[in-house]
Design a protein around this ligand. Structure first.
Ligand code: GTP
Length: 415
């Protein structure tokens, strides 16, 4: 079954929990005991509607206790797809959580309270969706019941949001606006009877119809070798397999390939998944391949197609989101982990700090604090095989590790 990963972001009280609760409720994904708890609590509180905030109560409880949370993941499925929702809090101090949540998502939901319209946080949420090249963004204008389901108000918000979209440099992005009432259930799973002026799909219908093929088939194939398999048994004496995960495209038997960094040429001879042989290794599959000739391949090498070489560089610029308590400073050193490689990286210049509210950039900055986003240049002690993040989400991103504390201190997206 297809899996669609969604990242949601909204400001406090925009109704994120309610929207997720409504999705779970209307798709009958809540367990009986959760359902009972919700009905009981709603009755106790004297509500004439269901208190969906309980559907995601684990997260809420953590938040109330002020515990630093990562990203909560919520799972549900329909007959067509399995869904994973990465639920991230929308505050500026959680920017790093939003980045982590969105970095593996294919769809972003930006929530807007219809009464308040586009606010500063809306810009930041959209910016993060753009930074991470999320192709499908759904702008859910919520609480339509509190603005009399007004088409005029909805159009006003849409026009305001469009001004932000016009500033974006990501042209292939699909942006879909949907007016909803998460609380009352309008246009989430069921079509609203109160907004006949809206002719689009409901949120779930839209999610169901997103073409995951289109999202997955991107970029060039990158096969970082995780293990070299050389069984020492007599039967397999000459066997040399290279195990790893296929990123960005497919590998086929007979493909002309190049092994990096040596740039030796070869051809894919066999593709194994467990003990069975296949003609094709699909994107994101974990396989073992063998090559036609006896070439020297080690862990950390990368197999790519002959005419699709990545860049081999020791110097590059990346957009970094900083995640550590200790500031990032120009001149300091980190361990940069890019796929299976760990190299030493020295921070060159911090070119500019980007204001995610689209108000421009700050120059002359020499340190970054937690949640800051900036263009930073790096110098490595060894070259890595990289792509620009725009062209390859996996091979275009990395993490920075503080060598003293071993903390993940930042994430980077190569420019
Ligand atoms: N009238 C109306 N109220 C809504 C709607 N959606 C959410 N609410 C209410 O808005 C309030 C906040 O909703 P939550 O779902 O808790 O908001 P949240 O964005 O998850 O907030 P945090 O958990 O604090 O981040 C609650 O009282 C909800 O009942 C809606 O469509 N209409």
């Amino acid at each position: 079954m297809e899996v669609l990963k969604i990242a949601t972001a909204g400001s406090v009280d925009d109704g994120k929990s309610t929207l997720i609760g409504r999705l779970l409720y209307d798709t009958k994904s809540l367990t009986d005991d959760k359902l009972e708890a919700i009905e009981r609590s709603s009755k106790q509180k004297g509500y004439d509607y269901l208190d969906f905030s309980l559907a995601t109560d684990g997260l809420v409880a953590e938040r109330e206790q002020g515990i630093t949370i990562d990203v909560a993941h919520i799972y549900f499925s329909t007959a067509t797809k399995s869904y994973i929702i990465a639920d991230t809090p929308g505050h500026v101090e959680y920017t790093r959580n939003m980045v982590t949540g969105a970095s593996t998502s294919q769809v972003g939901i930006v929530l807007i309270d219809a009464r308040h319209g586009v606010i500063e946080q809306t810009y930041r949420h959209f910016f993060i969706n753009n930074l991470l090249r999320i192709k499908n963004v759904i702008v859910a204008v919520n609480k339509m019941d509190l603005v009399d389901f007004s088409e005029e108000r909805y159009n006003e918000i849409k026009a305001d949001f469009q001004k932000v979209v016009d500033k974006s440099d990501y042209e292939d992005q699909n942006i879909t606006f949907i007016p909803v009432s998460a609380l009352k259930g309008d246009n989430v799973v069921e079509k609203s009877t109160k907004m006949s002026w809206f002719t689009g799909k409901t949120l779930l219908q839209h999610l169901e119809e997103i073409d995951t093929q289109d999202i997955y088939n991107l970029g060039k194939v990158r096969f970082p070798v995780q293990y070299v398999i050389r069984p020492k048994t007599e039967e397999y004496h000459d066997f040399r397999g290279y195990a790893g995960k296929v990123y960005g495209g497919e590998l086929n038997v007979g493909d002309e390939v190049v092994i990096l960094p040596s740039k030796t040429k070869s051809k894919i001879k066999e593709i194994f998944f467990y003990d069975k042989k296949y003609q094709t290794a699909a994107r994101r599959s974990s396989v073992t391949v063998t090559l036609e000739n006896d070439v020297n391949v080690s862990r950390g090498d990368m197999i790519v197609k002959e005419n699709e070489l990545p860049k081999i560089e020791k110097k590059f610029t990346a957009t970094v989101t900083w995640m550590d308590n200790e500031n990032l400073r120009a001149g300091s050193k980190y361990v940069l982990q890019h796929g299976v490689h760990k190299v030493l990286a020295k921070v060159g210049a911090i070119h500019n700090k980007i204001n995610p509210d689209y108000s421009g950039v700050e120059t002359g900055v020499d340190s970054l604090k937690m949640n800051d986003i900036a263009a930073v240049s790096f110098q490595l002690n060894k070259p890595i095989f990289l792509d620009a993040f725009k062209e390859h989400r996996t091979n275009g991103s990395f993490i920075l590790i503080d060598p003293q504390t071993n903390n993940t201190a930042g994430v980077g997206f190569i420019e």
